[in-house]
Design a protein around this ligand. Structure first.
Ligand SMILES: C[S@@+](CC[C@H](N)C(=O)[O-])C[C@H]1O[C@@H](n2cnc3c(N)ncnc32)[C@H](O)[C@@H]1O
Length: 261
């Protein structure tokens, strides 16, 4: 390096990253089955086939053909279909009428919410995602009931921009699901924009206990900072559906965080 050249970090993300609070992992934990039972929802009332059908089109994943599990247990897996069971159950049990979703993905949770709202007699869904694909949505609308699609407003954009808009700032929803950009900065902004706007429940996806590390999944760094007595980590992912990985409950070090009002 020439002597007149100093090394200067021009990557603002890196300097910001130093400011991310450490995860504490201090959070009450509850198993998904126990949570449903606490909500007085019996597993007998839940039709697992409905979630399997929705998941088949919107969430099923392919295993890497080179992996051991591909060889030993199969080509496909059902990644945490229980998030849909939780959303569905809350909407049905509490007769919720509106659902805001940050991060549509392939639409699994959105369709589970639509199923529940339609069974409740109707409602409103807003789903925001910068990567919405029109052709994919058209195909979905041919697969699922048209009544579901009449309830949904799709917003192609970033939640941090859409929800900051003056017209959206005061809008409230019965249930908000934060499952978009999982970096600390974006999750913090989503939380700031949603914390006064949910009537009943707010769910964060992808809370990871301190042992679990995954690039750009930093929701826990923010969630650990939230002071709310209702805050609880619901341990889930193939706890109700069969887990062909064979993980015990103790091995599941992640889940969704529920805030209740
Ligand atoms: C894990 S997927 C969502 C899955 C979906 N909620 C479900 O449960 O089926 C995350 C989605 O967030 C979207 N996303 C990324 N950044 C976003 C942002 N700033 N605002 C809203 N959505 C975002 C991605 O495009 C991706 O589709």
């Amino acid at each position: 390096m020439p002597p007149n050249l100093i090394s200067f970090n021009t990557n603002p993300q890196n300097s910001f990253r130093d400011a991310i609070p450490e995860r504490t992992g201090k959070i009450n934990q509850i198993h998904i089955k126990e949570k449903l039972s606490q909500l007085d929802i019996s597993l007998d009332q839940i039709r697992l086939g409905d979630f399997d059908q929705i998941g088949e089109i919107t969430a099923r994943k392919n295993r890497d053909p080179g992996s051991d599990l591909y060889k030993k247990v199969g080509a496909y897996f059902r990644p945490n279909y229980e998030r849909g069971i939780l959303i569905y159950s809350l909407i049905r049990k509490y007769n919720l009428k509106s659902y805001l979703e940050i991060g549509f993905g392939r639409g699994y949770s959105c369709m589970c919410a639509a199923l529940a709202l339609s069974e409740n007699g109707g409602g409103e869904i807003v789903s925001i995602d910068p990567n919405l694909d029109e052709e994919f949505l058209n195909n979905l609308s041919k697969t699922f009931p048209s009544d579901w699609f009449k309830m949904i407003r799709f917003v192609k954009g970033k939640s941090q921009e859409y929800l900051a808009d003056e017209k959206q700032r005061s809008k409230k929803y019965d249930l908000i699901y934060i499952d978009g950009d999982h970096t600390y900065e974006a999750t913090k902004r989503d939380w700031e924009l949603c914390k006064d706007n949910y009537n009943n429940f707010l769910i964060f996806d992808d809370y990871h206990l301190p042992g679990k590390v995954q690039k750009d999944i930093e929701c826990s760094n923010l969630i650990d900072q939230i002071e709310d007595d209702s805050k609880e980590l619901i341990i889930m992912d193939r706890r109700i559906f069969l887990d062909d990985r064979g993980y015990s409950d103790e091995e599941i070090d992640y889940g969704q965080v529920l805030l209740t009002r």
